[in-house]
Each structure stands twice: as C-alpha cells, then as structure tokens.
Write a protein that binds this ligand. Structure first.
Ligand SMILES: [Zn+2]
Length: 561
C-alpha cells in the first residue's frame, strides 16, 4: 500500500505554508483580508495582464474561452469576448454576514449579469440547450465565487473559465467536463432524508456547497458556538470556527434529531441526470431517500474552481477554496516557486497539508461538541478531524485489503466493467468503500472494533469517471448511478440490520456538475499567450500565472531561491 509520510508532521508543514497567517478567531478580528485594498493585492504587471486579456478575449479563442477573471486595484473584473464588468466587495452592515457587491463599470454585455440559479434544469431543459453560448448561460453566486477565489495567497493572475463546448481532446479532455462557473458545470445535487429531515419533496432554495457543513451540524443537533463568517466578522450563530455558508433550515425538521448521520458523495454526478434516473425507477435506494426527505430542485452550487478536491473540502469544512486553502487540484505557489498538487493518487493521503490553519470540519466541530463522538471518513482525502479515515490508515502504513478484480462484484454493470478500464478501477474503489462503511456500521473492520458512528461520510467516485467517459447523457453515466444506488442500498441495509435506520439521517451530494462538451471544439490558450512573448504557467487548465518566477511578497520583490 501507499506510505506517504507520517501524520505527525502535518500540522507543522501546514504552518509553514505561505500566506495564511495565524487565523485565531475572535470578535472583530478578520481571518483574512476581507476588504482588500489596492496595496494589499499582489502586484500584477498591468501591461502583461492587458495583453493577455486582449488575446484571451479575441475572436480566435472565442469558441473555448467563456470568461477571464482577475482581481486588481481593489476590485474584481470579468472579461468576455463581448463585454466586461468590474465590481467591488464590501462587508454588509447587517447580521447576514454576507458580502455586498457593487458593479462599478460595465463595457458591452455584462458577462456576469445573469446569475439565475434555475437555468437548464430539469434534464429536458439541459438537453434542449446543449453547449449553451455565454449569452444563454447563467453564473449563480458569481460575484461571491470570484471574490473568494482571489482571497487565496496563491490565486492566479488570471482565471480562464472554459466554454461549455470546450472538449480539449488534445489535452486529455472528455465528453463530460466541469470546472466552469456556469450553470451545468457548477450545479451538484443535494438532498437530506430520514430522521431530522423535513419531508417536503422538492424546494427551490438557493444554496451553495459552503452551506452543507453548517446544515449537517445543525441536523446532528450541534449548538452554535460562534465563529468567523464569510465577511470576516464574528457571528454568534456559527457552528464552525470558520463558516462561509448558512444552515439550510428549509431542509430540516427541528422536532427530531438523528443518532447517526450518513453523507454520500457521488462525485461529478449531474443532478438533472441523477433525478431523471431516479424518476425512471432505476435508482430505488435514492428514490427511497427522496421520498423521506427534501431535495433542491435546482441543485446546489459548487465553489470556483468547480473541480473535485476544492469542493470535497468545501462540503466538509463549510469554507470556499480561497479560504480553506485547497485552491484547486493543482496550483502554483509563487512564494515557494513550486507547484502544489493535491488531487492525484500520489498526493491524496497528504493533500490536507495545504489546508489553511484554523479551518474546521464537520468531524472536528461535532467532536468539540461531543468529545466522545466517533466519526468515519471513507475513501475521502478531505478528512481533517475524522476519527476513522481510509487515508489515515494509508498515512500510518496500514495494509488495506483491496479487491483484485471488479468482475463478479455486486452492483458492477458488466457491459462497462469488462471493456472500460476506469469503470473497473472505480468499481473496485467504491466496492472497497462499501466494505469499510458496512464493516464500521457492523462494529468491526480490519480486526478493529468501532462504535456506532455519529457521522459517517462515504465518497463514491464511479460516477465522475463514467460521466467523464461517456458524457452526462450516456448509458455509461446512467449505469454508474444505478451501480452507486446499489452500493448506497448496501449501507442502508447495514444500518437496518444494526437497528438504527429509524434514527438515521442521510444526505446526498456531489462536488460539482458535469456538462456534455462538443468534440471538435479543441484548442489551447497558452500557446497564443506565449507566442505573444508572455511568460505564463497554466496550472490545472485555466489558472494562469504571469511571470511565474516572480515571487510575490507584499512589495513585489522576487525571492527566487
Ligand atoms: Zn469530482
């Protein structure tokens, strides 16, 4: 098995990460600069930025570049082929702990002018508008999403948001893609079910993934202890030490509280497709959850960049990527002059070293309220505070038995397991996850006895792989939902055998959406910038660092060790 360093040096290494100072919480003490002034922003070379913007928004790249985002001179800008907007952030005077945004300049069409949350839902709407143009798209919570990104000390100079159509086969692109700020790629499913959940069916509540952790803690019955809100101010009603989101009270029934909360993540599962498969009767276990709970009709909005590890971490910590520190699957750290890679098999076990100090989690907040509480995190790299964690076993060098072949496993659609290598691999991974979860619920896994978990988190990955492979509207994508539904059923059955099903709450979510790209719409922006003489790094497709050898300290000096 993997053995990747000892866990005892994690906090020490996290403390050395550049940019995040001591974030001790307290009334009136912001945890990060909430009203960024011009002198506090990293110095960017305006001439280079403007050259890059001109090229990125040119007709030649129009089919693949939807938007370009940046922060400068104390504000934020979004540029598109047909217009731009500049906006500024302020802290609300009220008790809502939100940011207030003011548009200060619009040229041409405002590229972030449409922030509807219900665009292209349900599935019929999405299918009638495949690869929507930027003028059709919506960008839910766009201002907040742009602003949070640039709070991170390693934020890029320019964030390029690709178009819905961008297929990018030459760079390993897939039929299904995500990562964008726009409707289909940012939207994930969210439902709460069982003991403590409201039984309202579908609701139209606007929500973001930062709302999940506070909502789950409220469901668990944890009382507010106060913390730092999105606006950097103390909020007495916070359930986490740092909390960017809010409790989604419409999804909860305050008259009952569960003994156990189980969270399922279906990675990369487009909610329109998920709920269509459920409506077709092909996912009976998720249908049963829906019948005993409440789901968001328009889904829940993931944080920019709408990719995996930043949003797993957002779900579990209640903070945006620009605040919890897991900025992207990979990024460039100017101060250390090195790439930080978090989302790869080689780095999953140690990915949380990049977590910003002071970042709380569902696990840690629950255990602070209930010191004896047992929590478990299955197959999840974002595991801070969990008592049991698959990746903690790996960090400690424990040999974890892994099934050898996916063929013949339950809930493994044979027509895809045999020919599609990734389908087989992630079937193995998810089967292994179910073995862990069921073992823990039954009280014993790998010769270790476990108490009943108060919170059990299960990360299921097959859906992301299958949705990428065939696109969200493919048969392989639907098969991955059916197979995952079977695995959810195994875990529900284990809770039933343990006699706690009536006292269990469930929630189900994803980390981002998935959109059908258009083969043939290929190409790359970086060569265009380099041909114009710009020195640029593109990290994780779209995070552009200009003059990457320039180390950023407050005054723009350049340590190049
Ligand atoms: Zn993902």
């Amino acid at each position: 098995m993997l053995r990747l360093g000892g866990s005892d040096d994690l906090s020490e290494r996290a403390g050395r990460l550049a940019g995040f100072g001591d974030v001790a919480a307290g009334p009136g003490r912001p945890a990060y600069p909430v009203a960024v002034s011009a002198t506090e922003l990293p110095h960017v070379d305006d001439a280079a930025v403007d050259t890059a913007l001109r090229l990125l928004c040119d007709s030649a790249l129009e089919p693949i570049v939807e938007l370009v985002l940046l922060a400068r001179d104390g504000g934020y800008e979004a540029h598109a082929h047909d217009g731009s907007v500049r906006f500024e952030r302020a802290v609300s005077d009220g008790d809502d702990h939100e940011w207030v945004f003011t548009e200060t300049q619009v040229t041409g069409r405002n590229p972030l002018g449409d922030r509807a949350i219900d665009r292209f839902a349900p599935l019929s709407e999405e299918l009638a508008n495949l690869q929507p143009d930027r003028t059709q798209n919506a960008y839910p919570f766009a201002f907040e999403q742009v602003a949070q990104l640039f709070d991170h000390p390693a934020a890029p100079d320019l964030c390029v948001v690709h178009t819905a159509a961008h297929h990018w086969a030459s760079m390993g692109g897939h039929l299904g893609e995500h990562g964008s700020l726009a409707s289909v790629q940012c939207r994930a499913p969210f439902l709460v079910s069982g003991c403590g959940a409201a039984r309202r069916g579908w609701v139209d509540v606007p929500a973001q993934l930062v709302d999940v952790a506070p909502t789950v803690l409220a469901l668990l019955g944890v009382e507010p202890t106060g913390g730092i809100g999105l606006d950097g101010r103390h909020r007495a009603d916070a359930l986490l030490a740092h909390q960017d989101g809010d409790v989604l009270v419409d999804l909860l029934d305050p008259t009952e509280r569960p003994e156990v909360v189980v969270g399922f993540l279906l990675d990369g599962c487009n909610p329109n497709v998920l709920f269509d498969v459920v409506a077709a009767g092909e996912a009976p276990n998720i249908a049963a959850l829906l019948a005993e709970g409440t789901a968001l009709r328009n889904g829940i909005v993931s944080s920019l960049p709408t990719v995996t590890l930043p949003n797993h971490t957002t779900i579990l910590t209640g903070r945006h990527p620009g605040h919890h520190g897991i900025l992207h699957n990979a990024w460039w750290d100017r101060s250390r002059q090195e790439r930080v890679t978090t989302n790869s098999p080689a780095t999953w076990a140690t990915a949380m070293e990049a977590l910003a100090p002071g970042t709380d989690s569902i696990h840690s907040a629950l255990r602070r309220a209930e010191p004896g509480a047992f929590t478990a995190s299955v197959n999840e790299p974002a595991d801070p505070g969990a008592v049991f964690s698959t990746f903690d076993l790996m960090r400690r060098g424990v040999r974890v038995p892994f099934p050898r072949s996916a063929e013949g496993l339950p809930h493994a659609t044979e027509m895809f397991v045999r020919p599609v290598k990734d389908y087989a691999t992630y079937t193995l991974v998810d089967h292994h996850g179910v073995e862990q979860a069921v073992g823990i619920i039954e009280g014993r896994y790998l010769d270790t006895d476990y108490p009943l978990p108060r919170f059990l988190w299960v990360n299921l990955t097959l859906t992301d792989s299958a949705f990428h492979e065939g696109g969200p509207h493919s048969e392989i994508a639907r098969a991955s939902i059916r197979d995952s539904d079977g695995r959810i059923g195994e875990i529900v059955a284990a809770l039933d055998r343990r006699g706690v099903l009536e006292r269990t709450a469930f929630f189900l979510c994803a980390d981002h959406g998935m959109e059908e790209s258009l083969p043939g719409v290929d190409g790359d922006w970086t060569p265009v910038l380099r041909d114009a003489g710009l020195d640029v790094r593109d990290e994780a497709f779209g995070f552009l660092y200009l003059d990457p050898g320039r180390g950023v300290t407050g005054n723009g000096s350049s340590p190049r060790s």
